[in-house]
Design a protein around this ligand. Structure first.
Ligand code: NAD
Length: 287
């Protein structure tokens, strides 16, 4: 791959807005045929300010494209059994297409038990084991939003994946594992790295596509990046009150073909793919 004297900094917000406009047109067509709007139910347990702010952003995003959202705010003392009852109710409500339970959950509530309790058809976060299994098998399913957003970015920037060397740093169930499966399905050769990986920098230097989903500020240095590589920075950390990504964005300038910035990069695409998953759940529900 030739070196890239000009690195393109991906405008994730612009891509997200493009996709949201497309979705709002689709919803407009449904409404013009006297159908109800798609609906996302968002469940928040406790009063974590960051979670409350994420939920507010999600609800605002729904509203802007003509999607309904309902919110269930539960006190931090809510038990797992009580939360399961709320999910039962939302599962059987035909006017709810997607269900999202904001993480993290208070101690005493198992995130896995909760993910398992969401109807797989409404599991727009893609964390129910049925959806996870379908993803492993390469069958249609709700794909977790961040990896789905990354694939959109790679596709919209015409990143060749067939036969490419892809390196994923981080092996979480929400980003690292699913993105590695999606890249394999696109015929990339994928190497998974994590906190025990030896010679991480050398492994990264083999990557045509490098995904950093770690949460260690500026872990990926410029000279870890192969000239012409596509670099996706998923990590978000706070350093002295400033948000910082996993990639030294300045260091990769002139080496990477594309890089996502830690702000207005992957983040807006994550919310957009939540909307896309809800819209596809709605269309399946209608059908
Ligand atoms: P996590 O926190 O569950 O796991 C981190 C992973 O990084 C682990 O697999 C661990 O083995 C690996 N790791 C830790 N230190 C390492 C090191 N020094 N070298 C190599 N690997 C190392 O992961 P997560 O939930 O996928 O989150 C990762 C980051 O992505 C966080 O900063 C999170 O805030 C961010 N994130 C952003 C979005 C978004 O939409 N922008 C979405 C999800 C997660």
């Amino acid at each position: 791959m030739p070196p890239s004297p000009q690195t393109v900094v991906v405008d994730g917000l612009g891509l997200a807005q493009e996709m949201r406009k497309e979705m709002s047109e689709v919803i407009g067509r449904h409404l013009s045929q006297d159908r109800r709007a798609p609906c996302l139910a968002v469940v928040l347990v406790g009063d974590d300010p960051a979670s409350a702010s994420y939920i507010k952003g999600k609800r605002r995003a729904c509203k802007r494209i003509g999607m309904e959202s309902v919110e269930r705010k539960l006190p931090k003392e809510t038990t797992e059994a009580e939360l399961l009852e709320v999910l039962d109710e939302l599962n059987s409500d035909d006017t709810v297409d997607g269900i999202l339970v904001q993480l993290p959950l208070p101690g005493g509530i198992s995130a896995n038990t909760i993910a398992t309790a969401i109807d797989p058809a409404k599991d727009v976060d893609g964390l129910n084991p049925v959806n996870v299994g379908r993803l492993v098998l390469g069958e249609p399913c709700h794909v977790p939003c961040t990896p789905a957003g990354i694939m959109e970015i790679l596709e919209r920037f015409e990143t060749p994946l067939e036969g490419a060397q892809a390196v994923v740093i981080g092996r979480s169930a929400i980003v690292g594992k699913p993105i590695s499966l999606l890249l394999q399905q696109a015929n990339a050769t994928v190497t998974m790295c994590h906190s025990r990986t030896r010679d991480l920098a050398d492994v990264c230097r083999t990557a045509d596509v490098l995904i950093a989903a770690v949460g260690v500020p500026k872990l990926v240095k410029g000279d870890w990046v192969k000239p012409g590589a596509s670099v996706i920075d998923v990590g978000v950390s706070s350093v002295d009150g400033e948000l910082v990504g996993d990639v030294d964005t300045e260091g990769v300038q002139g080496r990477a073909k594309i890089v996502t910035p830690h702000r207005r990069g992957v983040g807006p695409m994550t919310i957009t793919l939540l909307l896309a998953n809800t819209l596809s759940a709605y269309e399946a529900n209608l059908a």
